[in-house]
Design a protein around this ligand. Sequence first.
Ligand SMILES: C[S@@+](CC[C@H](N)C(=O)[O-])C[C@H]1O[C@@H](n2cnc3c(N)ncnc32)[C@H](O)[C@@H]1O
Length: 317
Amino acid sequence: MAEPVLKWAGGKRQILHEIRACFPPESDVDAYHEPFFGGGALFFKTGPHSSGTINDINERLMSFYRVVRDSPNALIEVLEEFDGPESDPDPNRKFSKANRKGKEVDQYYYQQRELYNRRPNGEEYDEVEEAALLMYLNRTCYNGLYRENNSGEFNVPIGRHSSADWVQASRIMNASRALADIGIYYGDFSYVLDHATEDDLVYFDPPYEPVSHTSSFVEYSSKEFDTEEQERLSEVAVELNEIGAHVVVSNSPPMRDLYQYLDEFRVHDVGAKRHINSDGEGRGKVGEIIVTNVPEDNRREKTAYLDQFVETDTGQT
Ligand SMILES: C[S@@+](CC[C@H](N)C(=O)[O-])C[C@H]1O[C@@H](n2cnc3c(N)ncnc32)[C@H](O)[C@@H]1O
């Protein structure tokens, strides 16, 4: 089975099973679409998909997946050439002494970071090399974070990785096969309205912070993806429902209000089992919600357990 190739924030590792359980049976799904792809944890877990699309607003990220799909061997070859992040910069390449701002570059990592940022600086770049640089930085940067400054430059500092493995050849080859029949797009999530048709499955995983029990709606904020964007997402979900697509959305609990009054959608709290099994610690904490129009009797697995936490916590049976 394929696995994610990149480390990506918001990868949903703890609740992959619950999200997948809400999907309709494979036989009911024509094509699979994932408009907020990131690391694609669900895509890889639930594949192979014989048709569909993936998308993210991050252009270089989606170029990376195009290279993984179309040129995996060339990508691996470039990755094998890289040196350790703390080594000296390669004297035969640009930015071996100073970065674009004239600041000294004394580690190989920072030279590769500068080379990766050619595209946002309007300079010529090679797609395969850029993809290799993204993979390399993802495996050697601080905490596997991906962050860009206002000019679109990747700016995460070097991490501490005594034995970083940035080649990951078998992951790349498996991912390449998983992506073979998939359309790769970059841009706003609403692209999916032009691609999804009846009986397709669309899984949305927008940016959000899982909230703690002390958080409230007012505290929830994401510069990238604010409440207005969340409203727009719920409107797209409704449109997809109207054309007969299966829709599953991961989100944070404050977004419940956008869906709970829609007849066709059900909202589930995730975190149930964790809280029932604990000795009361963290009680009241619901990390995330899953919203879906897939009826409970037509899911890949039984999901009645998803809401046990809420029933237990409020004393309802
Ligand atoms: C929570 S992450 C997705 C994580 C993913 N499920 C995984 O397994 O790694 C959200 C993603 O949405 C992307 N994004 C932000 N705004 C977007 C938009 N308007 N349209 C499409 N993608 C967007 C971000 O770049 C980020 O990769």
